[in-house]
Design a protein around this ligand. Structure first.
Ligand code: GLC
Ligand code: CA
Length: 580
């Protein structure tokens, strides 16, 4: 496979980076990050190897859900900048070879949105039909709320309208009525607007809620025969407006339901979906020191249409949700990584970042990121992950992980010159705070997580089979080890990860590979070895007569190998289509 094969289905081999404008970099000293601040820091992303920047909501908002409560889909929050600043940012990003996607938050509006204000006042207004109403008292919906503890029902009575309105999320976020063709047209117009300004697509917020899929199944799509038609139409629209634009969906559902949201070839829906399943089982495996749970999840990963892709991640801006695990499994992860009630939220998730959960163990951190980049898919990073930032539990709820980006050891972390009291969230304190963890220090430290990730991204980008390849879990005898292969018709990568805190050696079976073949390490020895320990050899591993290789792994070690391609993959789904 050549780079030229992969350039227009760019999301198959991308590296996505999510930034929150408000907490990234403040350029005018008001204590709030701004659009211009993102622009000034683009070269940091380029240096890391990011290829696509995902901007969290920057629209005008009363800020009751960190900008996910929008009052104008065609505008920019004045605190963050102007439309002009957004255009300059997108333009500068292009100059640096970066694509930019925006959050498309169209499941709901803020209750301060002019549409909703008019809708409540006047049942005859066309905007009344933009929302979902019921006249009779709804049944108990407390089981369906997204934020238990903060919300009791998904219907709330509006005093003025004298009716109940639907809101899958907070009560100040009334759901839009997808049954209304005018709303669907409006959504297309919003997408068209940002595409016209140069955006490369969208991260689609709350897809199951948008389509009323899953447990709630509330009446939002009555006049659409199939809710999937909504996504198909949107996908087809953005494809007409801009051929290589993407839809990256937030779909925290089991694999079989995620699969249906990718759509079929010819009737595409989402292009990328976050792999919430593998993410949750990864944490279970980390907690157990046993790769089995993750291996089973990955074996269940469904085949998806050739152009589609999984977005692989370990952290996002929300709670680290563990809702797809059983209660006992979730308990194991809580016990290992978030035992205090203050670490937990909504009874299902953690409000910590990875480095503190792993006790700051650099080797373990590297192993987790090595997994993220070696599983077939498109790795997605949340800002600050690249330097190993922690959380601040003093910030309420999910805000614990939305603290200002740490650029330098200065009192304002290089985020802003204003007094930290004015920042949208408190800085991280202690061991993971800016005095110890910051971009300046990471760039000059050859051993830093930042420099490790640069190396990993470099190897990932040189091997598009990691994005295109078919995933296969390889047989080997140790429960603490995950061995997998990503293969296209032309090349394959074998990656082996040790979940245990002891060094191990294991015989990995490579179906289809002839005895005598050699496997070459792709990750430099200084990264895969114990820090300060003995340097392992770069001698290639040789496949034995049984078709196996003996792989030695340091404690929580990992290795990636370029391997000959197994027969039978040529001509498979894993190949890019003709003309890339
Ligand atoms: C998504 C976002 C989350 C937000 C919610 C409501 O789940 O990731 O941050 O609160 O949608 O818009
Ligand atoms: Ca500012």
């Amino acid at each position: 496979m050549r780079l030229t094969d992969t350039s227009d289905l760019w999301w198959k081999t991308a590296v996505v980076y999510c930034a929150d404008v408000e907490t990234f970099h403040d350029t005018n000293g008001d204590g709030i990050g701004d659009i211009e601040g993102i622009g000034r820091r683009l070269d940091h992303l380029v240096e890391l190897g990011v290829t696509c920047l995902w901007l969290m909501p920057f629209y005008p908002t009363p800020e009751r859900d960190d900008g996910y409560d929008v009052v104008d889909f065609y505008g920019v929050d004045r605190r963050l900048g102007s439309l002009g600043d957004v255009v300059e940012l997108v333009r500068t990003a292009k100059d640096r070879g970066l694509r930019v996607i925006a959050d498309l938050v169209v499941n709901h509006t803020s209750n301060q949105h002019p549409w909703f204000l008019e809708a409540r006042e006047d049942p005859k207004s066309p905007y009344h039909q933009y929302y979902v109403w019921r006249e009779d008292k709804p049944p108990d919906t407390s089981e369906m709320v997204v934020f238990p503890g903060e919300q009791e029902a998904i219907w709330t009575k509006d005093r003025k309208a004298g009716k109940w309105y639907l809101h899958h999320f907070y009560r100040h976020q009334p759901d839009l009525n997808l049954s209304n063709p005018a709303v669907r047209t409006e959504i297309a117009k919003i997408a068209g607007f940002w595409l016209e300004l140069g955006f490369d697509g969208f991260r689609v917020d709350g897809v199951p809620q948008l389509l009323s899929l899953g447990p709630s199944n509330e009446p939002k799509n009555d006049d659409v025969a199939n809710p999937h038609d909504v996504l198909r139409d949107l996908r087809s629209f953005i494809g007409r407006r801009r051929g290589d634009a993407v839809l990256l969906g937030e779909v925290n559902m089991p694999y079989d339901q995620q699969r249906t949201l990718f759509g079929e070839s010819g009737a595409a829906e989402l292009d990328l979906i976050f792999d919430f399943v593998a993410m949750q089982y990864l944490y279970l495996s980390l907690a157990r020191g046993d790769a089995g749970a993750l291996a089973t999840a990955l074996k269940n990963r469904p085949a998806i249409r050739r152009e589609a892709q999984w977005a692989v991640f370990v952290r996002n801006h929300d709670e680290l949700t563990l809702d797809q695990l059983t209660e006992a499994e979730r308990g194991e992860v809580f016990a290992a990584f978030g035992p205090d009630p203050e670490h937990q939220v909504y009874g299902r998730g953690l409000r910590r970042r990875l480095p503190p959960m792993l006790g700051g163990d650099q080797r373990w951190l590297r192993m987790v990121y090595s997994l993220v980049f070696s599983l077939p898919g498109t790795p997605t990073l949340f800002y600050g992950e690249e330097i190993g930032m922690g959380e601040n539990l003093a910030a309420p709820g999910r805000h614990a992980v939305r603290t200002p980006m740490q650029w330098s050891p200065d009192p304002g972390a290089g985020f802003s010159t204003a007094h930290p009291k004015t920042f949208p969230a408190p800085l991280v304190e202690g061991r993971f705070g800016p005095e110890h963890i910051n971009v300046e220090a990471c760039r000059t430290d050859p051993e830093s997580l930042f420099n490790f990730l640069r190396h990993l991204i470099d190897v990932y980008r040189r091997h598009p089979e990691l994005g295109w390849g078919q995933l296969e879990i390889l047989d080997q005898p140790l429960p603490c080890v995950l061995a997998h292969r990503a293969a296209t018709g032309e090349a394959s990568i074998v990656a082996v990860h040790n979940f245990s805190s002891d060094a191990v050696s294991t015989a990995v079976k490579l179906p289809g590979v002839q005895p005598g073949h050699e496997l070459h390490d792709l990750i430099a020895a200084r990264w895969r070895d114990e820090p300060g320990g003995r340097q392992s050899s770069d001698r290639p591993l040789v496949v034995d007569d049984e078709g196996r290789v003996e792989v030695q792994l340091a404690a929580r070690g990992f290795r990636w190998f370029g391997a000959p391609q197994p027969p039978g993959t040529r001509g498979s789904q894993a190949e890019p289509p003709a003309l890339g």
